[in-house]
Design a protein around this ligand. Structure first.
Ligand code: UDX
Ligand code: UDX
Length: 479
């Protein structure tokens, strides 16, 4: 039997909920989709007439929103009414790492998921399929199921008791390529017990995903597969970053090493780009979840194994700030440094866990004056991430006066202004626009000796070598 789904509700209009529901709405015009969020400002941004004001930047998303919003896709703050209407509910709320209590610093804080489950228990009508879309620790589905059942035990007078099935359907989209990842997934993973519920969700994906790419597993395998997938990817990035450090010391070139190993079909070529260290909302959090889980089951060696992936990433980020300071004669106090890119990767406005945060904090602590540029990240977000307000006066300060300032930053949209009289440029995010910089012009603007630190190996090395700029490239060192 296949339950017919006419109404879907997604709780959480973030980087996952927003694009995922937009693509489902686009592919399934026969289904009404209501995305709800408790953050009114975010919902208003999703409903903005100006599509450049959507709360998240994701290439291709604005076009899909234009096609679907107001037709079968709606954004609202009315959580209760939309739970009532829905036969299927996706939980897509954030699950930050716990800051206090048991598992602090490692375990995920499930308070938002719990709040959602209670709301669903209270307002759902008839039979409802509840789907965990947020990345969660293994056995969270069980928690959700328990909350749904406990509500009924606590309220024995409810006449028409709703019934529930809980499924796990982890999201594998990567930011910056989310729309393509959703439209052409390598696989869709559905974990659960009840075949009718699994079929109902599979039917939705059948609208655009070939049957053989929809994998069914038990609920815990599905939950663990998501954590494992991110842990494996993050592990590759830490591995290649560790090799980059060896390359810099030995004269080997990490790109050449990556190409040589990546052509081995057993290894494969992706996720071998050395960079400033992985960021994003998932990698660190998911590995720490795995570490917590392993320790919980007494598997200390397993926990230690995965923890090192995160430790190496932290070390690697600080290593980059140390290299910058060392090359600027061991001192960056009152020196102007231009930062190119603050997002954790290109094509997103997301800065969560971005390597730029640690690297910029280190340099500010050393006394540097940072002029930060990013095509999509807003200065207010950078203030939050650095825990330091932007010094707007810096932008117009006379050149001589800059030397009386230290440990400060400002946002500068104009790259040529950001590099004026700067001692160094550090590329942290591989935005395409940075590959088109006119290095001859930049050279004229900088104070000599001037440095370019390319932590993504994405700048035009040939162009830079035609100038007097000193160049340091990740996994190669000084050219
Ligand atoms: C996702 C996943 O859901 C998370 O588990 C994963 O690890 C990271 O990616 P994401 O969509 O990126 O989260 O998070 P975010 O952009 O913070 O969006 C979550 C939304 O849920 C926010 O807009 C927040 O306002 C909303 N929310 C949170 C609710 O509507 N209700 C709540 O009770 C809590
Ligand atoms: C990741 C997973 O890829 C996705 O499947 C999951 O659903 C969410 O987490 P995301 O964090 O959005 O996606 O981006 P991803 O492309 O995986 O990059 C993560 C970090 O690793 C970025 O900081 C990126 O710059 C870095 N990275 C990635 C490298 O440094 N080198 C690489 O070769 C690849």
């Amino acid at each position: 039997m296949v339950l017919e789904i006419k109404n879907i509700c997604c709780i959480g209009a973030g980087y996952v909920g927003g694009p995922t529901m937009a693509v489902i709405a686009d592919k399934c015009p026969h289904i009404q989709i209501n995305v709800v969020d408790t953050n009114q400002e975010r919902i208003e941004a999703w409903n903005s007439d100006d599509l450049t004001k959507l709360p998240i930047f994701e290439p291709g998303l604005d076009e899909i929103i234009r096609r679907t919003r107001g037709n079968n896709l709606n954004f609202s703050c009315d959580v209760e009414a939309n739970i009532k209407k829905a036969e299927m509910i996706f939980i897509s709320v954030n699950t930050p790492t716990k800051e206090k209590g048991v598992g602090a610093g490692q375990a995920s804080n499930l308070k938002f998921v719990e709040v959602c489950a209670r709301k669903v228990a209270q307002h759902a009508v008839g039979h409802t399929i509840v789907i965990e879309k947020s990345t969660l620790p293994v056995r969270t589905a069980e928690v959700i199921q328990n909350i749904l059942e406990a509500y009924q035990e606590n309220n024995p007078d409810i006449k028409e008791k709703p019934t529930f099935d809980v499924l796990s359907n982890p999201e594998f989209l990567a930011e910056g390529t989310a729309i393509n990842d959703l439209e052409n997934p390598d696989r869709v993973l559905i974990g659960g017990q009840n075949q009718n519920a699994i079929n109902a969700l599979s039917e939705i994906y059948f609208n655009w995903v070939p049957k053989e790419q929809i994998l069914h597993t038990n609920i815990w395998s599905s939950e663990l597969a998501k954590l494992t997938s991110n842990a494996f990817l993050a592990q590759r990035v830490s591995s290649i970053n560790a090799i980059a450090a060896i390359c810099e010391s030995t004269g080997a070139n990490v790109r050449e090493v990556a190409r040589a190993i990546g052509t081995d079909s057993r290894i494969g070529s992706r996720f071998l780009d050395s960079g400033p260290g992985f960021g994003g909302s998932c990698f660190k959090k998911d590995i720490l979840n795995l570490v917590y889980l392993s320790r919980h089951f007494g598997l200390n060696e397993v926990a230690d194994f995965w923890e090192v992936v995160v430790d190496l990433n932290n070390w690697h980020q600080h290593r980059i700030s140390r290299i910058v300071v060392k090359n600027l004669f061991g001192n960056v106090t009152s020196k102007k440094i231009c930062i190119l890119g603050f997002a954790f990767k290109a094509n997103t406005n997301d800065t969560r866990e971005s390597a730029a945060i640690n690297i910029c904090k280190d340099l500010i602590e050393e006394g540097a004056i940072l002029f930060i540029n990013d095509p999509k990240v807003i200065p207010e977000q950078i203030s939050k991430d650095l825990g330091l307000n932007e010094s707007k006066e810096l932008k117009n300060i006379e050149y001589e006066k800059i030397f009386s300032v230290s440990g400060s930053w400002c946002f500068e949209r104009n790259i040529l202004k950001a590099v004026e009289n700067a001692d160094a440029i550090i590329l942290l995010t591989e935005w395409d626009k940075y590959t088109k910089i006119d290095w001859k012009l930049v050279e004229k603007k900088m104070r000599k000796p001037a440095w370019v630190f390319d932590t993504r190996s994405s700048l035009d090395k040939k162009e830079i070598s035609n100038t007097n700029l000193n160049l340091w490239v990740i996994g190669e060192g000084t050219n």
